[in-house]
Design a protein around this ligand. Structure first.
Ligand code: ATP
Length: 233
């Protein structure tokens, strides 16, 4: 079956008790794009990523990931790399032990990619995760998710703890891999500037609703139609 959308949400909603964290979301994210998920605190970004990762069930509507309902975790787990906002690595493991566990748990593990990224970011292999800085922990989590060689990578606010140089390097790695491996990436941030150089698709959430979900190319075209070509200024 040919599946052109990496993610397809239809009338997707999620309620926590009486509070709607997401309402009526319609998104069709094409495969192979790098999408930015932007919104203020509490807009519903983490909720959408957790729904996509199959960690939450929708309250209304549906969400398909790589052509499969996202609650079908057994089917999707090997194909999704998910980096949570909080560090989800074992704090007492060393970086090296963490990578060995990744290799053992993931049949598609790319050892040479993992090693080259550890070198690129100068991560100390013998140090325990708990003693790394927040930014270094985030880098290890991103490396773990990338080395799994997923088809869809979900990153929840990966840049919030990372210094500008590492941010730039991670951006470069993400663009290289998206290009080389047709990887689809969904990255959340509350700072649009962190994502604009990286993304070719943008999803804007505000007050639990999708305000915009479109390719940057299409957004630019619409913008030109609205304001006219720059020569007219
Ligand atoms: P942030 O940038 O602060 O992480 P976000 O855009 O990721 O925010 P979510 O974490 O998805 O937003 O939260 C959306 C809304 O749902 C918020 O109002 C939040 O308080 C609420 N919420 C999230 N998780 C729960 C939960 N388990 N129980 C109750 N309310 C929740």
């Amino acid at each position: 079956k040919v599946v052109s959308n990496a993610l397809h949400a239809q009338q997707l909603g999620k309620r926590y008790g009486a509070h709607w964290a997401l309402r009526n979301c319609n998104i069709q994210l094409p495969r192979g794009c790098i999408a930015g998920l932007v919104g203020n605190n509490g807009a519903g970004k983490t909720t959408l990523l957790h729904l996509a990762a199959g960690l939450l069930r929708p309250s209304t509507g549906s969400i398909e990931v790589l052509g499969t309902p996202s609650h079908n975790m057994a089917m999707l787990l090997p194909h999704i790399g998910f980096v949570a906002q909080e560090c989800s690595l074992y704090r007492q493991f060393t970086v090296s032990e963490t990578l060995i566990a990744g290799r053992k748990l993931n049949p598609t593990w790319d050892e040479s990619l993992a090693r080259s990224l550890v070198d690129r970011f100068k991560l100390p292999l013998k140090q325990t995760i708990g003693k790394l800085s927040g930014g270094q922990q985030a880098l290890v989590a991103i490396i773990m998710a990338l080395a799994k060689d997923p088809e869809l990578l979900l990153l929840d606010e990966p840049f919030s703890n990372i210094d500008p140089l590492a941010k730039h390097e991670i951006g470069k790695v993400i663009m290289e891999l998206a290009f080389e491996r047709s990887l689809t990436i969904l990255i959340s941030s509350h700072v649009l500037a962190d994502l604009e150089a990286l993304c070719d698709y943008l999803i804007i959430l505000a007050a639990s609703q999708v305000r915009l979900a479109d390719s940057i190319e299409h957004i630019m075209e619409q913008h030109k139609l609205l304001i006219g070509p720059s020569e007219s200024f």
